[in-house]
Design a binder for this molecule. Structure first.
Ligand SMILES: [Zn+2]
Length: 674
């Protein structure tokens, strides 16, 4: 079970990935409702971009080389695998109509400014999380080599708090799913913002390594310093590469590839989650990096070359046309599709003028990352990574379910069902406990600040910083022309000065590390013992013991709270087992390769979901909002409020023949100039 079909391709041992010619089986998750959701007017986050990307993917014919799924939306129960019940309950019941009755909760859960209440919020979260969870489940069952969910990647969401346009953390939920079958999961984040929500969730465990490359310094969310490396068992399993404005393709590659190679070599993950936030692209409305489409996609290509089961998710990205181009290109890259530079005609063609090309070009903005700076940080991170070699997790025993022998997935699913039926009143059956391979002490959430302080962890950011504090002036120019300003206004820090601070940090950390070497060796032995106990722990008692050790080590001031966590089995986990198994769609549900046009697969899905009569509506003229974006999404949301069948009509409109859409495009007087 634990060995994956995908061969490990790190044979040379030097951490240099060998490209693989072996075709990848890719499962792509898309829910056509996603583009109908809209945050409030003028909000930079536009779910519509996912529909744009999907349209390119279909019209390029990339869909022919992969399996397309519509995931079952994540349920409240599934979301509470990570989030608190009261937070999810709030998301489920709050609406634009009743939000005034929930002012206290809005403050408490940080719902309001960056993360507004909008129509269909909970549904949106369900679709986003459902895709990542089902992608992870298919990877677990070796039904695919790679899974893609562009509606996911919402990395800022916290256990009981919305943050940075993110409400439900689909990535954490996906990783929790992967941890059921994999000993070590690697998370890589190339969004321009720090992947704080995911890092925080797994800050104290070595079962997940989080690696984030991001802008650091007067920038949302304010976390992700070089010296934030994890705590307790998780020490050295959080990796942060703080970057400055304007990083270009070659600079990014010069740090991304060696760091990821070292991660693969030393950590040797069983599965990977790659967050592909598109706000690290040049010309992003909120970002400040200078990556071209190729430079961004090189990260995907590089991660793919390691041949690990990989879940690819979206994330930020606020210049819609560039996000769509890049995610379509990256989807094509995963399936080795040839994609012409000239964009195929599609229903959103007018977004891509004036060049109508599949490209996002870098601009001439200054790169504030000096080679010396990058080299120093890179070396420090690789030094830290060496310390994760031969770590406790490597010593972990095989997961108990292996001993069940050669069972098929179906046998397994049947046993699970039976087990569930026989234990209706039990929160988690013995079988389910045995199938779990995670330990309860591993998943930290938003409430570990004190613990971190005790451990000398420096976290500069306040949790309530907002995106808008650091947004760029509205950069909506053409890719390759616009040079993002840094958007910091009065607080521009001389980059040389900050470089010195960070490089000094690197030196300090190196010294600390040297001083700790002896101590670490001792720790490591203790940890080895603890870990093998931890993984075999099928009983609550043993989990408690394992947790107690972590607490001793960290001298945590939060003992009472933590032990409470340990003695309570994770809520609703029992149900989860069943839900996940039922979620996995069978191969017969795979949409057929359509010979007769790229829209066919989507229509197939629709047939399954609804038998309502088709209602063709003529697509409306795109409106521009004050930011210059074409506001097709908001048009449809308006309808959504009045008409429950909007998604259907939208769909029908989308499925309109290409002839029809050609004419629409020709008729447009207002080709967006943005
Ligand atoms: Zn971002």
């Amino acid at each position: 079970m634990a060995s994956h079909a995908a061969p490990v391709d790190l044979a040379n041992g030097n951490g240099i990935a060998l490209g693989s010619a072996s075709p990848k089986k890719v499962a792509y998750f898309y829910d056509s409702d996603i583009g109908n959701f809209a945050y409030v007017a003028g909000h930079p986050m536009k779910p519509h971009r996912i529909r744009l990307a999907h349209s390119l993917i279909m019209n390029y014919g990339v869909y022919k080389k992969m399996e397309i799924y519509r995931a079952k939306p994540a349920t409240r129960l599934e979301m509470t695998q990570f989030h608190t019940d009261e937070y999810i309950d709030f998301l489920q019941k709050v609406s634009p109509e009743n939000m005034d009755n929930f002012q206290r909760e809005q403050t408490k859960f940080n719902v309001g400014d960056d993360c507004p209440v909008f129509d269909g919020l909970f549904e949106f979260c369900g679709i986003s999380a459902g895709g990542s969870m089902e992608g992870a489940a298919r990877l677990n069952r070796q039904k695919c080599d790679m899974a893609v969910n562009w509606a996911g990647g919402l990395h800022h969401a916290k256990k009981s708090e919305a943050s940075g346009f993110c409400y439900v953390n689909d990535i954490v939920l996906g990783i929790l799913e992967l941890l059921r079958f994999n000993k070590r999961v690697l998370y890589i984040d190339i969004d321009v913002h720090h992947g704080d929500g995911v890092e925080e969730a797994f800050y104290t465990t070595d079962r997940v390594m989080t690696v984030s490359f991001h802008k650091y310094g007067e920038y949302f969310p304010g976390t992700g310093e070089l010296r934030d490396i994890g705590i307790g068992t998780g020490k050295y399993y959080a990796v942060n590469f703080p970057l400055r404005d304007g990083i270009d393709d070659s600079s990014y590659k010069s740090v991304f590839e060696p760091v990821i190679s070292s991660v693969m070599e030393f950590y040797n993950p069983d599965a990977v989650v790659l967050q592909c936030g598109g706000d690290s692209l040049s010309g992003d409305r909120l970002g400040c990096f200078n990556l071209s489409m190729e430079g961004h996609a090189n990260c995907v290509k590089f991660v793919k070359s390691f041949n690990r089961p990989t879940l690819v998710v979206g994330g930020g990205g606020y210049t819609m046309r560039n996000v769509a181009r890049t995610w379509a290109f990256e989807t094509g890259l995963l399936v080795d599709a040839h994609m012409d530079r000239t964009l195929p005609f599609n229903e959103y063609y007018e977004y891509y003028g004036p060049d109508y090309e599949l490209d996002v070009r870098a601009s001439n903005m200054e790169n504030a990352n000096s080679p010396e700076y990058l080299e120093k940080i890179k070396n420090q991170l690789i030094e830290n990574l060496r310390r994760t070699a031969h770590v406790p997790s490597v010593q972990m025993q095989d997961v108990p379910r292996q001993s069940l022998g050669a069972m098929t997935d179906e046998d397994d699913a049947e046993l699970d069902d039976l087990d569930e039926d026989e234990n209706k009143d039990v929160r988690m059956t013995q079988r389910q406990w045995e199938q779990r391979i995670e330990r309860d002490d591993e998943y930290e959430a938003s409430d570990n600040e004190e613990l971190e302080k005790v451990n000398g962890v420096h976290r500069n950011g306040t949790s309530r910083r907002t995106f808008q504090d650091y947004r760029n002036s509205d950069v909506e120019g053409d890719s390759g022309i616009a040079t993002p300003t840094n958007g910091m206004g009065e607080t521009v820090i001389n980059s040389k000065e900050t470089d010195e601070i960070v490089m000094k940090d690197a030196e300090d950390i190196a010294q600390d590390a040297a001083a700790e070497t002896n101590e670490a060796d001792t720790d490591s032995k203790a940890d080895e013992k603890k870990s093998s106990e931890g993984i075999e722990a099928a009983s609550i008692a043993e989990q408690e013991e394992s947790l107690a050790e972590v607490q001793d080590a960290s001298k945590s001031a939060k003992e009472s709270e933590e032990s409470e966590k340990a003695t309570t089995p994770p809520q609703d986990s029992a149900k989860k087992q069943d839900l996940v198994l039922k979620n996995g769609k069978d191969d017969d549900e795979i949409m057929q390769d359509a010979e007769d046009g790229p829209k066919q697969p989507e229509q197939e899905v629709e047939k399954k979901r609804s038998t309502e009569p088709e209602a063709i509506k003529s697509p409306e003229e795109p409106k521009k909002d004050k930011d210059g974006d074409v506001e097709m999404d908001e048009t449809s949301t308006g309808q959504k409020q009045n008409d429950g069948k909007t998604s259907k009509t939208e769909e029908a409109a989308e499925a309109a023949s290409s002839t029809e859409t050609t004419e629409q495009a020709k008729d447009k007087d207002t080709t967006p100039s943005s």
